[in-house]
Design a protein around this ligand. Sequence first.
Ligand SMILES: Cc1cc2nc3c(=O)[nH]c(=O)nc-3n(C[C@H](O)[C@H](O)[C@H](O)COP(=O)(O)OP(=O)(O)OC[C@H]3O[C@@H](n4cnc5c(N)ncnc54)[C@H](O)[C@@H]3O)c2cc1C
Length: 318
Amino acid sequence: MTLPPVSPLGRRVIGPVARAGERTDRPRVSFEFFPPKTEQMEENLWAAIKRLAPLDPAFVSVTYGAGGSTRERTHRTVKRILEETSLKPAAHLTCVGASREEVDEVIREYWDTGVRHIVSLRGDPPPGEGGIGGVYVPRADGYANATELTSAIKGVAPFEVLVGVYPEKHPESPSLDHDIDVLKAKVDAGATLGISQFFFDIDAFLRYVDKVRAAGITIPIVPGVMPVTNFKGLVKMSAACQTTVPGWLANLFDGLDEDNETRRLIACSVAAEMCAKLQEQGFSDFHFYTLNRADLVYAICRVLGVREAAPAPSEAAA
Ligand SMILES: Cc1cc2nc3c(=O)[nH]c(=O)nc-3n(C[C@H](O)[C@H](O)[C@H](O)COP(=O)(O)OP(=O)(O)OC[C@H]3O[C@@H](n4cnc5c(N)ncnc54)[C@H](O)[C@@H]3O)c2cc1C
């Protein structure tokens, strides 16, 4: 008997990827964007939003620059999404380097603008103080961590609060169990959904979710999926975030430094296959780190069976 080929992720290729065109269970997707710095970047962002919006994401999130450096730009972007689209924006907010009063003011500004979803995060120490994984020293007059921030957000208004989770452990954390205790505290403070750090070790992610459930935490844990085209950049970022870069991923990109097109095709294929494997394990929600580019994520969504919603009968007739 000839067995089907084994994919780099160790899964035999007979599952949802091969049958993607036939799937009727439509996964729910969400997209992360970052606030643009220049006019050109703003154009790119809006081209990406326009391409991805018809896929009817559960929400779109907008990051908050390190140390709160994009406060105004994040707010402007979220406001424009609310004004010009029917998307649900989830504004990221960090508490690093800000007083409680300053953070409360941003929370109130979001609520007054019409934002109802916040991704509540602590933030990383500034680059001068070690950056990601460095020693974090909370401000005496600030919120110390994402749990305190989540409580503060819920204290200002009845936002939906989303939080970050780390399938391979947060770099500063002594253990995964400690991280799960921290997640429990965030849920007790009002968080209703966890978005994961990017990862490539699916087994580690599945083990993490098992531990979360064993701890009695029931909020959805949505895998954060990052289509990788810049492998060298990924290696750097993964070292800081302490996420595993598996050997098979390195093999796939080996020798392709000058071949952007093939790297992009591989990025799409790897991400789609990861999602398919997670779907087989019962996951139906995926959060994509878009880096403000629509093409790869759009293609991955198509492979997963996520399509533009059919036009309403009146629009179709027009
Ligand atoms: C989905 C996602 C989106 C992100 N978006 C942004 C963004 O827009 N802007 C940005 O600057 N950063 C962003 N980050 C990065 C994030 O700010 C960093 O990972 C940061 O180091 C930790 O944030 P947190 O919210 O997980 O912190 P926390 O949940 O506060 O945890 C941070 C560390 O402190 C420990 N800890 C927490 N509470 C306690 C306690 N009571 N006692 C002891 N230890 C404790 C935890 O175990 C962990 O090691 C994002 C991360 C993710 C996963």
